[in-house]
Design a protein around this ligand. Structure first.
Ligand SMILES: *Cc1c(COP(=O)(O)O)cnc(C)c1O
Length: 303
């Protein structure tokens, strides 16, 4: 759908100029199209006729849109609590919506059961999705005149953008195009922060957490399937993980609106993390972050 190459816009935050990749401008309104276009193209190549996917909403919309484009049938499993806008969107693309009562984890279990018979177009398990999200790194590098930023601040739920960006910069380094992989800073909602906990405690893997409700529904992942890989990427780049409160997410959401960006709360969590990372000091480093999702998707939750 001619997706990709989203703008890289400079904005002022706490007296620092940071660059934001405007990824809510993708065809389905979130960066998930980066992964979905590659994964579904692969499925098409393999002659797959039907897929299942589970999602908190945006990955489901992206998979459904690319399935519609390629003529693949799909069943999308989502938690009952998913924003109505995302549910309408998934159905508009002609996908069959399967709403599951209970947690996001319960939804994943249901999709897994279905996936014993139907190919699983999972954004978190299928590696081809990450080969799509890594285009974020290539685009930033190109838009910065073939240079890498010093630091990237990115959301982490399952870490599909985070790991794709890591892979992209790693490939650029291995190809001798950049000297070092940028420092990767991950942001989680404090209400659901298994990776933040594991990073703080120095663990190699995540452990069970007590999950509370959060307006950042897109990153409310209690059991990230690539937790170990994410923690390794953080340590490899001398990065860190930050956790942001519901209040901080709300403040960032309003602030971005006033700057002309109507984003969804999940996306505002990243900005809250970015503000936390910048703090009060002036930074010499170049920092890149992103606006991952469009506000219209979950406008109801912002009332
Ligand atoms: C999916 C999503 C994220 C986080 O992505 P993960 O792959 O789960 O880390 C962030 N923002 C939005 C808007 C999303 O849809």
């Amino acid at each position: 759908m001619n997706e990709g190459f989203t703008p890289l816009e400079g904005i002022d935050l706490n007296g620092n100029c940071v660059l934001l990749k405007i990824d809510y401008l993708f065809p389905t309104g979130s960066y998930k199209d980066r992964g979905a276009t590659v994964l579904i193209s692969k499925m098409k190549e393999w002659g797959v006729q039907k897929v299942v996917e589970d999602s908190s909403g945006n990955a489901g919309s992206a998979i459904a849109a690319y399935c519609a484009k390629t003529g693949i049938e799909c069943d999308i499993y989502v938690p009952q609590y998913t924003s109505p806008g995302k549910l309408v969107q998934i159905q508009a693309y002609g996908a069959t919506l399967k709403r599951v009562k209970g947690s996001r984890e319960r939804t994943a279990e249901k999709a897994m059961e279905a996936a014993s018979k139907i190919p699983y177009a999972s954004h978190c398990w299928n590696p081809f999705f990450l080969h799509g999200t890594k285009t974020f790194a290539f685009e930033v590098w190109e838009q910065m005149d073939w240079r890498a930023p010093d630091t990237l601040v990115l959301p982490i739920g399952h870490g599909t953008l985070f790991l794709g960006v890591y892979m992209g910069f790693k490939e650029l380094k291995e190809a001798g195009r950049i000297k070092r992989i940028p420092k990767l800073v991950g942001v989680q909602s404090a209400s659901c922060a298994p990776l933040y906990q594991a990073f703080k405690k120095g663990w190699k893997e995540t452990k069970q957490i007590e999950k509370r409700e959060t307006i950042a529904e897109g990153i409310a992942i209690a059991e990230p399937v690539r937790g170990k890989q994410i923690l390794e990427a953080i340590r490899d780049t001398d990065g860190e993980i930050l956790a942001v409160t519901e209040n901080e997410i709300g403040v960032a959401l309003k602030e971005m609106g006033r700057k002309g960006h109507f984003i969804e709360p999940t996306s505002a969590a990243t900005i809250a993390g970015l503000k936390k990372y910048l703090g009060k000091k002036r930074h010499k480093e170049t920092v890149v972050s992103t606006l991952t999702g469009m506000g219209l998707k979950s406008a109801g939750k912002m009332l």
